[in-house]
Design a protein around this ligand. Structure first.
Ligand code: BMA
Length: 324
């Protein structure tokens, strides 16, 4: 199997622990980012990172002590120790007229062609998908929202597909949405989105029975797009967020080749079960080393901290085939 990505020998890594047979395992020193690691922060979680210069850059979800949800940039040499900015990113509006953002949260970042694109959940008369970009992590631009409200979990593919930008998203409501399926849309210019296709829905197996949403930017392999996605179950104590994976057709990504019946990770550790929102693991970004196939997943724990999990792309794709 071929993984279409660059070689990244310096991503965080820890071997699978002795005696562990899980296909995805946690970093032993989780969480890597504590809730109070930035000025005035209540919590830092659901954040996106990319390779940048000699190290890494990221867009972090930082909720402040007024509980305002916003995005801040951060930098790291090793992908583990992060310096997160004191203040939210100020986007220069490249829209016809300023578009309000009552709040910003759950960013994804991806490099396409010449720039880093950022998508997030943008407060515009309810949640929808905000879009922006930067060339250098110094100056940030915001363009038009991709969709009408209500929508969340807008995740771009890392290249154009059939000549168009491509995005997964999850139509929702204005609250703590008790439903949700993943859809695919395409755009010639990152502004006008259409040709919407149903990808997959909630249900299938119990951990993903209430709703699902795309996680990190899909990883291109010769067998298909490897997508990690979160799935939610409603228990007597509320929502439980786990995550699994799916393999999507390379040319028609709304076609599912395989979808996981079991989860890859569910909230089990203290930092996943205790925090502002208990019982949440929420994957948002991946780094892959093309040479070894090593993968690190950045995920939010209990809407409070950032944690890491590791795996091998090949093993996860193989696991998907046999996960019956
Ligand atoms: C979703 C989003 C996520 C969050 C999750 C669990 O609706 O708000 O940011 O992690 O709920 O609270």
């Amino acid at each position: 199997m071929k993984i279409v990505t660059q070689s990244l020998p310096n991503i965080p890594w820890e071997n699978r622990p002795e005696g562990c047979s899980d296909v995805v395992w946690r970093y032993s020193r989780n969480p890597i980012i504590q809730r109070d690691q930035a000025k005035d922060s209540n919590s830092i979680f659901n954040s996106a990172v990319v390779p940048f210069k000699e190290g890494f850059a990221g867009v972090f979800r930082v909720d402040d002590k007024q509980r305002r949800m916003n995005l801040r940039r951060g930098f790291s040499k090793n992908g583990i120790n992060w310096k997160i900015e004191d203040k939210p990113i100020e986007f220069i509006q490249e829209t016809r007229e300023p578009v309000e953002s009552e709040y910003k949260y759950d960013p994804r970042v991806v490099f396409i062609e010449d720039r880093y694109w950022i998508t997030w959940c943008n407060g515009y008369h309810g949640p929808t998908i905000g879009v922006g970009y930067t060339f250098d992590f110094e100056t940030f631009y915001q363009i038009e929202n991709a969709f009408l409200p209500f929508n969340r979990n807008g995740v771009l593919f890392p290249r154009k597909i059939n000549g168009k930008y491509a995005m997964l998203s999850r139509p929702s409501d204005n609250g703590h949405t008790p439903f949700g399926d993943i859809f695919y849309s395409e755009s010639p210019d990152m502004i006008h989105w259409g040709v919407h296709r149903f990808v997959m829905g909630a249900g299938y197996t119990p951990w993903q029975s209430l709703k699902i949403g795309a996680g990190p930017v899909p990883i291109e392999t010769s067998e298909g797009w490897l997508l990690f996605y979160h799935g939610v179950l409603l228990s007597c104590n509320g929502y439980v967020y786990s995550f699994g994976a799916a393999l999507l057709d390379l040319d028609k990504p709304w076609k599912i080749i395989k979808r996981s019946k079991s989860y890859l990770l569910s909230p089990q550790m203290l930092y996943e079960c205790v925090g502002d929102v208990p019982n949440v693991v929420f994957p948002v970004a991946c780094l892959v080393d093309g040479d070894t196939g090593r993968l690190v997943i950045y995920y939010g724990g209990a809407d409070t901290v950032v944690a890491l999990a590791f795996g091998y792309v090949q093993e996860i794709v193989d696991w998907l085939k046999y996960d019956n």
